[in-house]
Design a protein around this ligand. Structure first.
Ligand SMILES: *Cc1c(COP(=O)(O)O)cnc(C)c1O
Length: 507
């Protein structure tokens, strides 16, 4: 339930030392918001009625505890168009509608009666909470605005700061983020770039990989891994995957190495690191560059070492669906090498160094200051969210085992040392994946197939000469995998619903 706390309730919460309403508003499942425009009015009323310093303390705690809905001039003007008497109610109603909130919480619902929103009193809220909760009948695969309650004001403040500074290209927040991500990923350096895809492209360019070179990678990944290799003019060479982790099968890499091999791109798929020790050994033996595609793996660990620090270059994405997403496209490349750092910085600005003198051709691969500011604002929450994803994964495993679904469904395990569960991907046996997918989608559950076609079978890669049957494990995974809702905002009751719907499919 998402509620807007109206001015009269703000005043009541500050003046009234009884905390029971506050406790109710802190309950799991309630997202309470304040309306910025109503706060000065609430403060004035409180100052007029009480000079008790405890009241002011309570007020201060209150306004720093709940997120605030902001309204701009035109929205306030809309409020003025309506009857003057109900100005603050009109503003509140508009905020409820614009922000998809469920109701306004007010001591007096009457002024809201003609405003087209639900108004409830604290007593009504209490009665509603005493009822058994409505059964879950919907679970989104991912609900980005669903978590705004926790962090949106931080992002809004960061955005406003960038706008006021006017420094939209490589502003100080980009450098800040680079330092923070390098620290987070346990590397010396990081370079912010325009997307996860461009992180891969610029990493390949920095490693001087181009026409005539071969790059070994997995056929079971997002398209960008392989598209980037082709875009720099090199040839992707596929190696099949491990059936359990869905990551590159390192036993098969040596046979794929030729005199033309220049690099290996392991992908830490779904948030779990590839088996890096054998990859490091092969790379060392043949003098290959290792570029980690860590787009799904920020904070993931392999033997207590962080993704991004395991190869020569680590590529991350801030695409909104990743564990640390911005408000648009963005990415970052990590490295420990000073010479690679310099090349990355130069390539990011069209290969220009000094300005307007070009030693090589790069591109416009810059990260926007606005995106850097948003990602910086969200970064302090990342570890908490990761923990929730891991707990959700544990809960799914337990629910699926308890429902005796083990013969039909294989759940992902943490085989390395820190799996961050960008996705929770099950394997569905006996050719039932698509039927199960339809069954659960029809019952309001979001799910997705990552990825339905192994990349060696894609039309655009036909010229590479591969055919169906070349990478059997990858081909099988493409027909059997299904991602269940596992984002940090998914609640235990929702997971119980998901598993009960799966159980229902098999009974
Ligand atoms: C998301 C993703 C990318 C590309 O990142 P963008 O920011 O969307 O360009 C690359 N590789 C993998 C494995 C990804 O999941």
């Amino acid at each position: 339930m998402k509620l807007l706390i109206h001015t009269d309730v703000v005043v009541d919460l500050a003046v009234n030392p009884d905390d029971s309403l506050l406790e109710q508003l802190s309950r799991d499942g309630i997202q309470a918001w304040l309306l910025a425009a109503s706060l000065p009015d609430a403060v004035r009323q409180i100052q007029n009625t009480s000079d008790d310093p405890k009241t002011h303390d309570r007020l201060r705690k209150l306004v720093s505890r709940f997120p605030v809905v902001l309204q701009a001039g035109p929205e306030v003007a809309d409020g003025l168009d309506d009857s003057r008497a109900a100005f603050s109610e009109t503003l509140a109603a508009k905020a409820v509608r614009d922000n998809n909130l469920d109701a306004v919480l007010t001591l007096n619902a009457d002024p809201f009666s003609n405003l087209g929103i639900v108004a409830i009193t604290p007593a009504e809220l209490k009665a509603q909470l005493a009822q058994p909760a409505a059964p879950v009948d919907k679970v989104a695969l991912l609900d980005i605005p669903g978590s705004y309650h926790e962090w949106i004001n931080d992002a809004e403040r960061a955005i406003a700061e960038v706008i006021r500074s006017g420094r939209f290209i490589l502003g100080p927040q980009v450098q800040d983020l680079e330092n923070r991500i390098a620290e987070y990923c346990q590397t010396r350096f990081a370079v912010g770039v325009s997307s996860g895809t461009d992180a891969l492209v610029i990493a390949l360019m920095a490693a001087d990989i181009g026409p005539g070179d071969e790059v070994i990678t997995t056929p079971f990944t997002f398209f960008a891994t392989v598209g980037s290799i082709v875009r720099v003019g090199a040839k992707p060479v596929f190696v099949d995957i491990d059936p359990e982790t869905f990551n590159i099968d390192t036993n098969l890499i040596p046979a794929a190495v030729t005199s033309k091999t220049k690099a290996i791109i392991p992908v830490h798929l779904y948030g779990q690191c590839a088996d890096m020790n054998p990859i490091e050994a092969i790379a060392k033996e043949h003098n290959l560059t290792v570029i980690e595609d860590a787009a799904q793996a920020i904070g993931s660990e392999y033997k207590e070492r962080r993704a991004g620090s395991l190869g020569d270059l680590g590529c991350f994405s801030f695409f909104p669906t990743k564990n640390l997403g911005g408000f648009g496209d963005g990415g970052i490349v990590t490295t420990n090498s000073e010479s690679l750092l310099e090349r990355l910085r130069i390539l990011r600005m069209h290969g220009s160094h000094p300005k307007y003198y070009h030693k090589f051709v790069g591109g416009n691969f810059r990260l926007d200051t606005l995106q850097a500011a948003v990602v910086l604002a969200k970064l302090p929450y990342l570890d908490g969210w990761t923990k929730q994803r891991q707990q959700n994964a544990d809960r799914y495993r337990k629910l699926i085992a308890d429902a005796n679904l083990g013969a039909h469904i294989q759940t992902p395990e943490d085989r390395m040392s820190r799996h961050i569960y960008n996705q929770f991907v099950i394997r569905v046996a006996d050719g039932k994946r698509d039927a199960l997918r339809e069954h659960i989608q029809a019952r309001g559950i979001g799910c997705e197939v990552y990825y339905p076609l192994s990349l060696h079978e894609q039309e655009c890669f036909r010229n590479l000469g591969y055919k169906t049957g070349d990478f059997k494990v990858s081909e099988k995974a493409a027909t059997e995998t299904l991602a269940l809702p596992n984002s940090f905002e998914v609640k235990p009751q929702q997971q119980e619903y998901v598993v009960s719907v799966i159980q229902d499919f098999y009974s």
